[in-house]
Design a protein around this ligand. Structure first.
Ligand SMILES: [Zn+2]
Length: 111
């Protein structure tokens, strides 16, 4: 998938990492966590097909899947994917502008 990399934060003190950006480590409280970029390589762990989106901005992409995917770096994130994606599929995620928003979109096959 072409787009900006999915970023996450990591703590140099306790070595934990997490997805939602914060000014401190949610595990040990250390300030100034580092921001890192994921490769986007992931495994789909849940998928649901959306035939009619509640948001008209996503109508051009219907039908599409809402998926939960485990990034290879160990974080679970939600995003959109093409309809037909199944649990266990290897995909690559990136931040893509879709429907006027920057969202995670998964596509293709990750190695
Ligand atoms: Zn920490």
């Amino acid at each position: 998938m072409t787009g900006a990399p999915i970023t996450f934060q990591a703590c140099s003190a306790c070595r934990q990492h997490w997805y939602f950006e914060r000014p401190f480590c949610p595990y040990c409280g250390q300030a100034g966590p580092a921001t890192k970029a994921s490769t986007g390589a992931s495994t789909v762990v849940a998928a649901a097909v959306v035939h009619r989106s509640a948001d008209p901005a996503f109508e051009p992409y219907e039908p599409f899947c809402i998926v939960l995917a485990d990034l290879d770096c160990g974080l679970r994130v939600m995003g959109q994917a093409d309809a037909g994606v199944s649990v266990g599929d290897r995909v690559t995620g990136a931040i893509v502008s879709r429907g006027g928003r920057d969202i995670i979109v998964f596509g293709g096959n990750a190695s």
